[in-house]
Structures are given as structure tokens and as C-alpha cells.
Design a binder for this molecule. Structure first.
Ligand code: UDX
Ligand code: UDX
Ligand code: ADP
Length: 474
């Protein structure tokens, strides 16, 4: 007989915790859900009309549930204490210093949140690891809770990794391919898992909720992201062959994807994957493999990240050589700064790296993105800017109010994010052409424009995975 969940606390009001627990509140109106964070500004934003993250459909969900059974608060302790079940969805960035720097996850936030639970809980809790973490983190959490919990207070640990993708988070949460819950193989562990299954069963079909042991669940999250990223690096590696030979990467991906064993999704060649998860999770997997003395396995997965970096430099080299081998003082209109469309998130976005490369080539860059905050762009450019001051960066970079302002007097448009508004069906490329320097180039890093159509206007067009016209191979 398992415990029925009446109150949920979610620690961490970010990209994962916020949407996930908002949807739980929407779909399970009888459960009180409180999302807490140490960051007052973030909580204030969640309580306002201007939510802190842009995600299609999120606002509608929050509006229905907020104040009914969904609450946002900075009173972390109170919320922990009242809850039957606590999601830990704090950030787990890659370590910047010390052993494993650049690879291992910094679990400081997870540990701090866990210690806080142990300190304040006066009744037994189910503690759910939601953040992406390396294998065996659940075990560390259990040890901390057992060592620091009050007498008589029992903790059950579950792993429940989140598979939502940004930009489609609400749809992914409403209709998940699967919900994965890992627990200890003990009666207490299984009963805790049943309690969480019941929460999701409010809207997810039973056969889509799968339960495994803790380690399988933790590892599955890393592996799912590694396999997805690997598909992109695989097709991106092929895009280099296509550019050199005259094969068309979209045609190759389509032809291969029709094989049901391969499948059509996630084979879109691009200037490189970004986002908070792919690189981080693969590097976690690499670090884990090395810690387990499996260097061949580590090297295999590391290649996925290496190809991703290679793709960005390769694209940049093609831009430079097309622009007559110099970018000095040329103006580049960078279309898109988010790591993919329909999000304002820029973490690990290829656009950040491209902009830095253009700066190193002494180009002027005009950035336009429909959703990314200006302050975020400056922050990212400063982080990647090798110690350059903001003033120095701003002498080379400007943020444009629309695509036309960015393209005014530019030698090239570089499409870094596949926003629908950049497609030739939605944007007036004739007008863009008329205000640019000639010859005017479009470098399509996302395969979203019709080359023939743009060439008819007068543009020189270069696309990932498609050869330059005058190669003569066609
Ligand atoms: C393969 C391709 O499937 C086929 O499309 C192509 O035309 C020729 O090459 P084949 O070599 O006959 O066909 O067999 P396949 O079923 O693909 O298996 C190849 C090898 O992979 C076998 O040794 C098989 O045991 C192994 N395999 C396959 C695995 O180890 N794991 C799997 O999940 C699938
Ligand atoms: C990813 C996983 O999809 C999700 O399941 C997991 O929970 C978190 O990590 P996310 O990072 O939000 O989600 O976005 P995703 O759609 O996976 O895209 C990641 C990156 O890959 C983006 O930069 C995207 O543009 C790129 N991509 C994706 C390609 O370049 N080609 C593709 O075919 C697909
Ligand atoms: P993710 O993409 O994994 O959701 P985010 O960085 O968007 O990561 O969100 C994590 C949130 O967790 C941040 O808003 C951060 O302030 C919050 N956080 C981190 N540590 C704690 C803690 N100990 N208690 C409460 N909130 C925390």
C-alpha cells in the first residue's frame, strides 16, 4: 500500500522544474504544487505576467493553475516541510575547476538542496532526483539524507529524469514518449515509485510509465541524450562529405531515414547542436567512462562533441573563404542567437561560438534574435570573449531590432538558428538583398532557405551539407 501524494515541492524554478511541475499542477488539481527557488527575481517573475522563460503554451498552463494549486515561493524550508514528495531540479553545470573540470558535473547545488531537505524535514519524504546527474547521484543523496535526517524521519529516493525538449516542453510533458522512474529494489523503494507513478497516471497512459532500478534510470537519461547528439554529429560528419562531393545532405538524410530501423527524426544537419544538455551529458558520460577505467568507451563518445566543434569551425572557414578570405571590417548579419528555434535559451548555442570566431577575424557583427534578451547576448559574448571588456566587444558587435536593421550594409547573412521567421517564405529576401553590400551572401547553417529562389534574387548561397555551385561536381 503506497502513500498518496497530496503536496509536492519542487526545488529549482528553472527550465526543467518550472514547466514540469506546472503541468503536474494542471493535470492533478487535487495535488498542491509549490515551486521554490533561492532566486527572488526568478520567483517574482513566475508570479507575474512576464514568466522568466519563454516556452510556447507555458503561460496558458501557469494561468490556469497558479493560485489554485500551483504556487511559486522563496520559502524553501516551509515548502519542503509540508511536502510528501520533493523534486530536486536544481542546476548541474559542468565543473569549471578542480578534478574533472570541463567534464564532470558540479553537484554542489544538488548537495546543498539535499542537505537542506535533511535539515528541515520533520516527516518522511519521497525525494526525487529530476536534474540530469551522473550515475549514482541518488546514492549520494541517500547517504546525505540518512546521515543528517531527524530521528524517525525516513527518506525514499527516486530517479525520474526529464526528457522534455525546450521549445516543445509543454507538448512533451502532455504527451511524453515515456515517463521513467527508478527506485531501489526494496519494498519501500517500490512503494515510493508507485506513489510517483500515481501522480503521472493522472494524464499519462500506464504502459508509458516505466519503472527500473535507480542506476538504469540515471544512466538512461545520459544515454538518451548521447544517442540523440550522436545522430546529429553523424549527419554533420556526412555533411562535410556532401559539401565536398555534390551529394545533398537533406537527400541523404531523407533516403536513410526511410529505413524504419534508422527513422527520419533528428537527422537535420546543422551548424552544430547546442543546449544545456547534449554536451554536458556526453561529457558526463565520458568522465564516467574514464572513472570506470574504460578509456576506449570514453574516446568513442568524446568524438561526438569533437565533431560538433569541428562543424562550427568548418562552417566558419567556409564563410571566410567565400568572402574572399577576409572578414576584416565586413559586416555580418547573424540571424538567430538561441540554440534552437522557439526558445530564448542560449546555453551552448552555436551562434555564440560563431560570433566569437567572426570577432577574431575582425568582422563587425549585427545580431538579431526574436526571443533572446539583449543582456543575455552580452553576457554570453563576454564569457566566450577571452577576457575582452564589454566595451571592446560592443565596438564590434551590435544587437539589431529586426533582420533588416541587421542586414543593412552587410556583406553576408549567417543563419544560426532555424526560426520560422527566417525562412524565405516568411522574410522579404528581395528587400534584404537591396540593402546589402554586393556580392551579397547567405550562409545557411540550418538548411531553411530555398537556394534557387535566393539565387534568382541575386544572392550567393552556401548551405551546410550542399556543395558550392561552382565546384562543378553537379
Ligand atoms: C545489413 C543491413 O541491415 C542491410 O540493410 C544491408 O543491405 C546489408 O547489411 P545484414 O548484414 O544481412 O544486413 O544483417 P543485419 O541484420 O543488419 O545485421 C548485421 C550484424 O549486426 C549482425 O551480425 C547482427 O547480429 C548485428 N546486430 C544487428 C547487432 O549486434 N545488434 C543489433 O541490434 C542489430
Ligand atoms: C534535449 C533532448 O532532446 C531532450 O530530450 C532532453 O531532455 C534535453 O536535451 P533540447 O536541448 O531542449 O533537448 O533540444 P533539442 O531539440 O534536442 O536540440 C538540441 C540541439 O540539437 C539544438 O541546437 C538543435 O538545433 C540541434 N539539432 C536537433 C540539430 O542540429 N539537428 C537535429 O536534427 C535536431
Ligand atoms: P535547469 O535547466 O536544469 O532547470 P536552471 O538553471 O534553469 O536549470 O534552474 C535551476 C534553478 O535552481 C535556478 O533557478 C537556481 O536558482 C535554483 N537553485 C539552485 N540551488 C538551489 C537550492 N539549494 N535551493 C533552491 N533553489 C536552488
Amino acid at each position: 500500500q503506497h502513500k498518496q501524494i497530496k503536496k509536492i515541492c519542487c526545488i529549482g524554478a528553472g527550465y526543467v522544474g518550472g514547466p514540469t511541475c506546472s503541468v503536474i499542477a494542471l493535470k492533478a488539481p487535487h495535488i498542491q504544487v509549490t515551486i521554490v527557488d533561492l532566486n527572488q527575481a526568478r520567483i517574482d517573475a513566475w508570479n507575474s505576467d512576464q514568466l522568466p522563460i519563454y516556452e510556447p503554451g507555458l503561460e496558458e498552463v501557469v494561468k490556469v493553475a497558479r493560485g489554485r494549486n500551483l504556487f511559486f515561493s522563496t520559502d524553501v524550508e516551509k515548502s519542503i516541510n509540508e511536502a510528501d514528495l520533493i523534486f530536486v531540479s536544481v542546476n548541474t553545470p559542468t565543473k569549471k575547476s578542480g578534478i574533472g573540470r570541463g567534464y564532470a558535473a558540479d553537484l554542489g547545488y544538488v548537495e546543498a538542496a539535499t542537505r537542506n531537505i535533511a535539515k528541515v524535514a520533520t516527516s518522511s519524504k519521497i525525494v526525487v532526483e529530476k536534474s540530469t546527474v551522473p550515475c549514482r547521484t541518488a546514492q549520494s543523496m541517500r547517504k546525505i539524507l540518512e546521515a543528517n535526517g531527524k530521528p524517525g524521519v525516513h527518506f525514499d529516493i527516486l530517479s525520474n529524469p526529464e526528457f522534455l525538449a525546450e521549445g516543445t516542453a509543454i507538448g512533451d510533458l502532455f504527451n511524453p514518449d515515456r515517463v521513467l522512474i527508478g527506485s531501489l529494489d526494496t519494498p519501500a523503494g517500490k512503494s515510493a515509485a508507485s506513489s510517483l507513478v500515481e501522480v503521472y497516471a493522472n494524464w499519462v497512459k500506464p504502459d508509458q510509465i516505466i519503472t527500473t532500478n535507480l542506476w538504469s534510470s540515471e544512466l538512461s537519461k545520459l544515454v538518451a541524450n548521447a544517442l540523440l547528439a550522436q545522430r546529429i554529429s553523424s549527419i554533420n560528419a556526412i555533411s562535410a562529405i556532401c559539401e565536398a562531393t555534390g551529394a545533398d545532405v537533406d537527400e541523404v538524410a531523407y533516403a536513410c531515414g526511410l529505413d524504419t530501423r534508422i527513422g527520419p527524426k533528428f537527422l537535420k544537419a546543422s551548424v552544430g547542436f547546442g543546449g544545456s544538455c547534449f554536451q554536458k551529458d556526453i561529457l558526463n558520460l565520458v568522465y564516467l567512462s574514464e572513472s570506470l577505467h574504460l578509456p576506449e568507451v570514453a574516446a568513442y563518445w568524446k568524438q561526438v562533441v569533437d565533431i560538433n566543434e569541428y562543424q562550427k569551425t568548418r562552417f566558419t572557414k567556409r564563410i571566410i573563404s567565400s568572402l574572399f578570405n577576409t572578414l576584416t571590417n565586413k559586416r555580418i548579419a547573424l540571424f538567430g542567437f538561441a540554440f534552437k528555434k522557439d526558445t530564448g535559451d542560449t546555453r551552448e548555442s552555436a551562434a555564440i561560438t560563431l560570433c566569437q570566431y567572426f570577432r577574431e577575424e575582425k568582422a563587425k557583427v549585427a545580431i538579431y534574435d526574436p526571443k533572446v534578451e539583449e543582456s543575455q547576448i552580452w553576457y554570453d559574448l563576454k564569457e566566450v570573449g577571452k577576457g575582452d571588456s564589454l566595451e571592446a566587444i560592443q565596438q564590434q558587435v551590435e544587437i539589431a531590432a529586426d533582420p533588416f536593421a541587421a542586414a543593412e550594409g552587410a556583406d553576408a547573412i549567417v543563419i544560426a538558428t532555424e526560426w520560422d521567421m527566417f525562412k524565405d517564405t516568411n522574410l522579404d529576401y528581395e528587400k534584404l538583398y537591396s540593402i546589402m553590400n554586393k556580392p551579397a551572401f547567405v550562409f545557411d547553417g540550418r538548411l531553411i532557405v530555398d537556394r534557387a529562389k535566393l539565387e534568382a534574387i541575386g544572392f550567393k548561397v552556401e548551405q551546410i551539407g550542399k556543395s558550392t555551385r561552382d565546384h562543378g561536381y553537379e
